[in-house]
Design a protein around this ligand. Structure first.
Ligand code: NAP
Length: 304
């Protein structure tokens, strides 16, 4: 029986593990893919206080070293449900594991939102991607487009403009919600063309690989075709909480509707990080959430 099982090994989960272990609690940190979460895919992190510009992968690795130095138990597995059995909480995984614990911190993060175009899923790996760090090099020297107007889209476009001949940034509005410094840096590049206000309405792949996208102007309705080797979809995220709606109150958009301390009305259950409903999703706020949820969980354990 653990004191705390943490679901999700991104910055929120890793921070929660550090705080809980330093509080003397037994902790299992459970992650379904690779420890580090989304920050591991950020090419460069420049806004984390006290840390000189560094790749997201390296920063995540340093966080994980800190987690492991505290003798935190870790495992790979996909949590599919959390049960409440009297004073025991049980985390079940897709792989058939059953972990018993006194408290659970759900820091499951979020997955990439899709455009929901008919052939989008079929074209993943055939010209459609959600990760420039992972797939950008396949299109080195080519022509690519990024769709989206947030920090992620700007970041993806910046990275791709370093390696591709031409980058189009497609956004459905005239104004971008991403950071102004990133916008200025990106828009100054000779090989970047901004296409707004436009929506991607069709993925054209006559022989199974993407060759072009169809765009519709959001104001005039004019339709155009843009030839591209790849489309990088970066239109936000969807929280990964489908499996935990029994133990967490969710907003209409599916985020955990919980306050700063992450306490759920279901006793002994906490949520932290990008899956929690909040206005700012940054590395710094994920880390903050992890600390708050761990402190809440430790106080809960002291009181029971
Ligand atoms: P986001 O901020 O939610 O932005 C999503 C963008 O996609 C918005 O511009 C949105 O358009 C557009 N969009 C949403 N659905 C769409 C659809 N169906 N079709 C076309 N466009 C669509 O998401 P994000 O960029 O992934 O960022 C998530 C969080 O991580 C944010 O809080 C962000 O600040 C943070 N982040 C920070 C950094 C950093 O370096 N500091 C880097 C990456 C991410 P509208 O604007 O019209 O709604």
């Amino acid at each position: 029986m653990y004191d705390i099982v943490i679901i999700g090994g991104g910055p929120a989960g890793m921070t929660a593990a550090i705080y809980a272990r330093r509080n003397g609690r037994s902790v299992l940190l459970l992650e379904k893919e690779g420890f580090g979460g989304q920050i591991a895919y950020a090419p460069r992190v420049e806004n984390y206080p006290g840390v000189a510009p560094v790749s997201g992968a390296e920063l995540a690795e340093r966080m994980m070293e800190q987690v492991l130095a505290l003798d935190t138990e870790t495992d790979i597995g996909t949590a599919v449900s959390v049960l409440i059995e009297d004073d025991r909480r049980v985390v079940l995984t897709e792989e058939g594991e059953r972990y018993e614990t006194r408290a659970v911190i759900i820091a499951a993060g979020a997955r990439h939102r899709q455009l929901s175009l008919p052939n989008e899923t079929a074209l993943v790996g055939r010209g459609v991607s959600y990760c420039a760090v992972c797939d950008g090099s396949f299109y080195a020297g080519g022509t690519v487009a990024v769709v989206g107007g947030g920090d992620s889209a700007l970041q993806e476009a910046l990275l791709l403009s370093d390696i591709c001949a031409q980058v189009y940034l497609i956004h459905r509005r005239e104004t971008f919600r991403g950071d102004v410094t990133k916008q200025l840096r990106l828009f100054a590049r000779d090989n970047v063309t901004v296409l707004t206000p436009k929506r991607v309405t069709e993925l054209i792949a006559p022989e199974g690989d993407l060759t072009a996208v169809r765009l519709r102007d959001a104001v005039t309705g004019e339709e155009t075709t843009l030839d591209v080797d790849a489309l990088f979809v970066s239109v936000g995220q969807v929280p990964e909480l489908d499996s935990f709606s029994d133990v967490l109150p969710l907003t209409a958009a599916g985020y955990a509707a919980l306050g700063e301390g992450g306490e759920s009305p279901a006793e002994g259950i906490f949520a932290a990080g990008d899956c929690r409903d909040k206005s700012v999703r940054q590395l710094a706020t994920a880390v903050s959430d992890g600390a708050c949820a761990a402190i809440s969980a430790c106080r809960y354990l002291e009181s029971t």
